[in-house]
Design a protein around this ligand. Structure first.
Ligand SMILES: C[S@@+](CC[C@H](N)C(=O)[O-])C[C@H]1O[C@@H](n2cnc3c(N)ncnc32)[C@H](O)[C@@H]1O
Length: 383
């Protein structure tokens, strides 16, 4: 029987939340919705460097011009202000928004699309993590796990690889989107699950809990780590891999006016408005220890914005990152900018175009710092 869990924190923007436990049956229509109060959509900043192009200032206008009749990015205006939408009747009833496809279960909870292009970008990142960690799937000292959980598994690529590496383990991947392949190792399975709710797994269950790139997904990281702690076996491990969204440089090639600063602060700001921050990469150790994990180790890494470094490994990772960002930034940012920030599509596209242009500049020695943080649940838990 599951141990009592701490109360679920109020999700700042719990779009379409029903407040039930996290496990979901795929055929379950989840019943009526609790109407939520909608936060105001902030106006575009007065001194916005990407002003609305004339005659293109409103998204509904764009919609008519482009005839995106089934595109809810245009028809309902704002996700955040959408009080009366109901929970999708099927987890496959995807939302189409600005030409991209989004998850249906817990509609609006996650900023990224789940279409083929988004899946490809996630798999690029998986490859980059393998390059970064010298082809290891994790750094925690795991030897013979029985139960492994990958929270927010995405395409499930990490879970599948771990299931292959440990055929004796049961690997569970959870996500809002059912985008994982059907043919997977027999010891790997996937569940549709909202990780921000009370976890329904047995307590003291997992030998290893893995989290990667849940930035901008979690409204209360302390609650998240409490849940993870409760469901980790005594002596078991947790590992979280995250990176910053704010490029930096160690030399003087990225002056104070560089576009990358504007980019980084914009993403962080959108996360604040959304109520799910993008800064967990620098907070993981502290939050993990606060939850009770011990022997916490932080390993720093760098993802160059393109192939500018001399170092071979970093140059290779940088090239991959340039491709990932060039192809991926629309998916990373379009929902945040238009639905959360209230920007028009035209303004958002200008901003993305500027980012793509900067990504080609090898004179800027910028990178995204990141951390792999792992820790252990003590054999004797705190009372
Ligand atoms: C940036 S992707 C990372 C995917 C995967 N961890 C990886 O590294 O390849 C974030 C994933 O978290 C999932 N996600 C976001 N919010 C979630 C939530 N509340 N519960 C479960 N999954 C969530 C998204 O659907 C998406 O697949």
């Amino acid at each position: 029987m599951a141990a009592p869990s701490p109360p679920k924190p109020d999700a700042p923007f719990g779009l379409h939340s029903t407040g039930q436990d996290s496990a979901v049956q795929i055929a379950d229509d989840a019943g009526p919705l609790v109407p939520l109060s909608s936060p105001p959509v902030p106006p575009a900043p007065q001194d916005a460097p990407y002003p609305e192009p004339e005659g293109e200032g409103d998204a509904e206008g764009d919609a008519e011009e482009q005839d995106f009749h089934s595109d809810s990015g245009f028809d309902s205006g704002s996700l955040l202000g959408d009080e009366t939408d109901t929970l999708a009747s099927s987890i496959l009833n995807y939302r189409i928004e600005n030409g991209r496809q989004y998850h249906a279960y817990r509609d609006g909870a996650y900023w990224g699309p789940n279409d083929e292009k988004a899946k490809e970008i996630l798999d690029f990142a998986h490859h980059m993590y393998l390059l970064t960690l010298d082809h290891k799937l994790f750094l925690a000292p795991i030897t013979d796990p029985q139960n492994v959980l990958d929270v927010g598994t995405g395409t499930g690529i990490w879970s599948i690889d771990v299931a292959d590496q440990f055929p004796g383990a049961t690997v569970t991947g959870t996500d809002l989107s059912p985008i994982q392949p059907e043919w997977v190792p027999p010891n790997c399975h996937f569940e549709i699950d909202d990780v921000t709710l009370n976890w329904t797994f047995p307590p003291d269950h997992f030998d290893f809990i893995h989290i990667r790139e849940l930035f901008g997904c979690i409204p209360d990281w302390d609650f998240f780590f409490q849940q993870a702690y409760e469901h980790t076996k005594p002596g078991g491990w947790i590992e979280i891999v995250e990176h910053s969204v704010q490029p930096i440089a160690d030399d003087d090639t990225m002056g104070p006016d560089h576009f990358f600063h504007l980019w980084g602060t914009t993403v962080v700001e959108m996360g604040k408005i959304f109520g799910k921050s993008f800064t967990i990469w620098s907070e993981s150790k502290e939050r993990m220890e606060r939850a009770g994990f011990v022997d916490v180790v932080v390993v720093d890494y760098k993802w160059p914005m393109n192939g500018w470094p001399q170092d071979r490994k970093l140059k290779n990772i940088g090239r991959w990152n340039q491709l990932r960002l060039h192809e991926g930034i629309e998916g990373f940012m379009i929902r945040l900018l238009t639905q959360v920030g209230g920007w028009s599509i035209a303004r958002a596209q200008l901003f993305l175009a500027e980012m793509r242009r900067e990504l080609k500049n090898y004179k800027t020695h910028a990178y995204l710092p990141g951390t792999v943080v792992y820790g252990r649940k003590p054999l004797r838990s705190r009372s």
